[in-house]
Design a protein around this ligand. Structure first.
Ligand code: 9WN
Length: 430
């Protein structure tokens, strides 16, 4: 185990740049939002200053309206598409003046990441001091979500791009994007020069991804216009679970720090409404799982993915519902010949075991699932998720994603020496 831990530390140090980390060499040469959060958790175990810097740098790129971009383009490299010149974040009046960034966001993990680094810290006083200096920025980010991304005032926020979900090409989005009349754009992909194209989204899928961005850009990334016009507007259980878990952490942290009664009150109000709506709107009795909701077309998206189980991490289901959810997990994803947890329902005809978010196991989702199961006392199953995670990395290396089928011998795909695979393994082993 020590060898594995040392390798993880080596990877994190190698992916460290000046003040932030890249997710992995070549494929992802900038700073990504939720990657940074997960990476900080790993660094907290052996280098707290880097954990803190990772978070501070990301927050330094926060926009004036509280929005935190999904990519911060710290360098001029053109090995990634779409890059800073494509996004043109400066179209938005509140965009960062200091950094070029993207104009979409990612799951809001920072609130609970702050709580995690405090849990790991051996100098709680110093870590709490650091948290005190950044926590209001995370709060502002939550304010942005609840005031700008909840048009029906439900306590559930929308994402307007599949890249915002973090689960980019999940079959969840198929119906929405295939109904879009996207042009056949001319552009040069970079990802497929680094990774086998069969493990990445198709050219046509990229056309759709760009089409959504073109509409947002045409309206200078105005939230109001996006809510009105974007063909992609989804309430995602993973995204909202991360926000709800982060609300919970912010309440705990503000309470520890003292003062900020108004912020605690506001967070509690958001939290109560969010959990209620989440359980009412996003649980599907027939499937026995949480689902995505297509807000643009006002319809449920009836598929199960690893995102369906993330509400456990945010303490959203009651005990009975949690049991039902775990039954669904084990009956559809938990077959003994499969590692937990495939990113998409292995029983669906849309399941593709090698293709990115259409089937492979991702370590951040396993970490979320593991911690959720622990919270609800599902000891055996949480142990299985942890053992499966360690075995996948031990057998294959620190890949970006993994084949869930046990019979496949070389089952590591996408980028290699991937940062959050290393950092979250470290956390699971400590
Ligand atoms: C687009 C960096 C990111 C992750 C996402 C993952 C992948 C990017 C891409 O890489 O997305 O953001 O170019 O495919 O899907 O979750 O944050 O690691």
């Amino acid at each position: 185990m020590n060898e594995l831990k040392n390798k993880a530390i080596e990877i994190l140090n190698a992916n460290w740049r000046d003040g932030f980390s890249i997710p992995c060499e070549k494929l992802y040469p900038f700073q990504w939002n939720w990657d940074s959060g997960f990476i900080a958790i790993g660094f907290a175990h052996f280098d707290m200053p880097k954990a803190e810097e990772e978070i501070s740098t990301l927050l330094d790129a926060q926009w004036g309206n509280g929005f935190i971009p999904h990519i911060v383009f710290h360098t001029e490299t053109d090995t990634y598409f779409p890059g800073p010149d494509y996004f043109c974040s400066e179209l938005h009046p509140d965009a960062s003046k200091k950094y070029k960034t993207s104009g979409i966001t990612q799951p809001p993990v920072l609130g609970f990441v702050l709580a995690e680094i405090l849990r790991i810290s051996t100098d709680k006083k110093a870590t709490l001091k650091f948290i005190e200096g950044v926590i209001d920025k995370v709060y502002d980010n939550h304010t942005y979500f609840y005031t700008k991304r909840d048009p029906q005032n439900e306590g559930l926020v929308y994402i307007y791009h599949n890249w915002e979900s973090g689960t980019d090409n999940s079959p969840m989005w198929d119906d929405i994007i295939h109904n879009m009349d996207s042009p056949d754009y001319e552009f040069e992909r970079r990802d497929t020069t680094h990774v086998d194209a069969s493990q990445r989204p198709s050219k046509r899928e990229y056309d759709h991804y760009l089409h959504i961005l073109e509409i947002a850009k045409e309206h200078n990334y105005s939230d109001e216009k996006i809510a009105e016009l974007s063909p992609f507007l989804v309430q995602d259980p993973l995204f909202n679970s991360m926000l709800i878990k982060s609300n919970e952490s912010l309440i705990e942290l503000y309470t520890l720090i003292g003062g900020s009664q108004n912020k605690i009150k506001q967070l509690e109000t958001w939290q109560e409404k969010a959990i209620k709506s989440f359980n009412n709107k996003l649980f599907d009795e027939e499937l026995g799982a949480y689902i995505h909701y297509d807000l643009r077309n006002e319809r449920k998206i009836k598929h199960i993915s690893s995102s369906s189980f993330t509400p456990l991490f945010a303490n959203i289901p009651g005990k009975e519902r949690a049991e039902k959810l775990v039954q669904t997990l084990m009956s559809r994803f938990g077959n003994e010949n499969q590692y937990l947890c495939a990113s998409f329902d292995p029983e669906s005809e849309l399941y593709k075991p090698k293709k990115y978010w259409r089937g492979p196991v991702w370590i951040n989702l396993n970490w979320i699932l593991y911690n959720g199961l622990v919270q609800y006392g599902f000891e055996d199953i949480s142990k299985r998720v942890k053992d499966d995670t360690v075995e996948l990395i031990e057998e294959n290396g620190f890949y970006e994603y993994f084949d869930a089928r046990k019979e496949v011998s070389k089952g590591g795909y996408g980028g290699i020496n991937f940062s959050w695979t290393a950092s979250l393994l470290l956390d699971l082993l400590n």
